[in-house]
Design a protein. Sequence first.
Length: 202
Amino acid sequence: METVSLQIQDEIVKWLESNMSLKVVSAKPINRGYRNYKWIFTLLNGERYFVNKQYHPERFSSSKLHEVEVTLGLQKRLSELNSNFPKPFSYQGKHVLSTGSGIYFTVMEFSEGSLIKSGTANIYQMYHLGRTLGFMHYHLNNKQTGKSKWHPDRKEIEEKWDNHWTNAQLNQSDGYVLDALSKQKKILDKIYFPQFDNCKAG
């Protein structure tokens, strides 16, 4: 897997240097997520950029890549309104980039930060998260319908988790992936879904 990761990394670096004139001097892999490679690239001028995934062909069909493109367009819009949202790069009008051999990936501004463990967020962090989500909904919500496009459905979420768990076991994923999924299930089991029924739509 490490050899494959290095091959994909080198191909992306060559593409960036050839098409976007970005001179990459180092690449730090991010070992998180499932089957998609990620790195932090440092450029010759000291700037850092987050290569957000090499989209695995078995997980991302052409229709799903189109959804990613639309989502990145929304992210770009948010980045223009608030600098806290990392701006995705585009090339010839596309945010989902592709090398000559068909490796799909994205590049965006690097955002400094650190992860917190599940269940350890304090009241101030949750308040900030809530304000940020509110900002996103305010600027991206479909004001014509005034309705939320998504409502948490326990059955749907549990089925999705079951699929991820099965795939992780079949592909003999490392301990990190299985541990993360186990933590997700514990959190999911604690959620009281009826509490969302009275939430205001939009």
